[in-house]
Design a protein around this ligand. Sequence first.
Ligand code: ZN
Length: 424
Amino acid sequence: MELDNHAEDLASDLGIDKEEVKADLQNLVEYSVPIDEAKQSLRRKYGDGSSGGSSAPSSKEIAEITPEDSNVTVTGVVLTTGKRSIRYQGDDHVIVEGRLADETGTIDYTAWEDFGLSAGDTITAGNASVREWDGEPELNLGESTSLSFEADSIEVPYETGGDAQLADLQTGDRAVNVEVAVVDCERRTIDGRDGETEILSGVFGDESGRLPFTNWDPAPEIEAGSTVRIENAYVQEFRGVPEVNVSEFSTVTALERAVDVGVETTTMDISAAVHTGGIYDVEVTGNVLAVREGSGLIQRCPECYRVIQKGQCRTHGDVDGIDDLRVKAILDDGTGAVTVVLDDELTEQVYDGTLEDALEQAREAMDQEVVADTIREHIVGREYRVRGHLSVDEYGANLDAESFEERTDDPTVRASAFLEEVHS
Ligand SMILES: [Zn+2]
């Protein structure tokens, strides 16, 4: 929040002139008084009618906390706790994150100091500040928080510990434990923030599904075909889908037991899939309404591999493009629409020809658009079952297809089967 907004908040709370409050606030902030403390002291100075002049944050039940609260005192049970390293204002900080619960609900917290929290502890956090993340309140436990461990634990209707199944994980989840099979694993060298570094990336699977992962500090237990238990992983979005992050603070142990990787892909309506905000390995069925521009025979920049127009890359200028095939098709199932992206192999299938065939067709017609036209004739108006990875951004929803199969069952057969079902 800007100083201006804080001043406006205060002014309307206290019923005084905004410019006056702002000048005071500016003064305090210039003396390095944290904004929350500055606001508290101004509330004392001008007398906060609503709270009877008391400056102590009110004790609240978790369900009552809203993003509008600035500071609260809360008692609850630590459900999960996990360390993570983040870069904040140019420095690396180790923070502790997790979830706190009482009888009324749960709330995520971030501790900027190591208070020594363990799952199962009952704590009272005095003067915890509240911030908003994705529309939900979160607790910040920092220097000005007084944290005490309660001798009497409270009962909560939630499980402690972060054991989870892959299908339940969502972007933003912290301190999670999973037991998975390593479906796919590759070692890569990346240009990290501290120079070149080796990482592992691939795909984890369990009974519930599959998710991509990155292991930032390669653990020897993680290799293709192994099964492992991972504690204190976190989930972050990468290319629009949730990804399991295994960090230097995670614990990786080899599992004796086998983990069955569910073969069932999540099948969803397009609108439900889009509403998840991004999902790895999903299946939708719909009709191809159109083949978008930039489909068929295309050229890519040899440097960055992005699609180029008329030999011009937006970053690398005049380049000698590499020929490639792809399709961007609009798939609609009545509930919503996505752009399905087919790679070169799937495009060869729907085109019913190779890249060489496409180049020859384009040469003969002296127009490379004919390739997209042929693909249009083959797929528009037909129904497909598509499996792949869905990402959603401000430009729309893209489904990166792994398989693209026409629903060939005769519609009249399907209709009569449906009628039988209805009448039986
Ligand atoms: Zn380029």
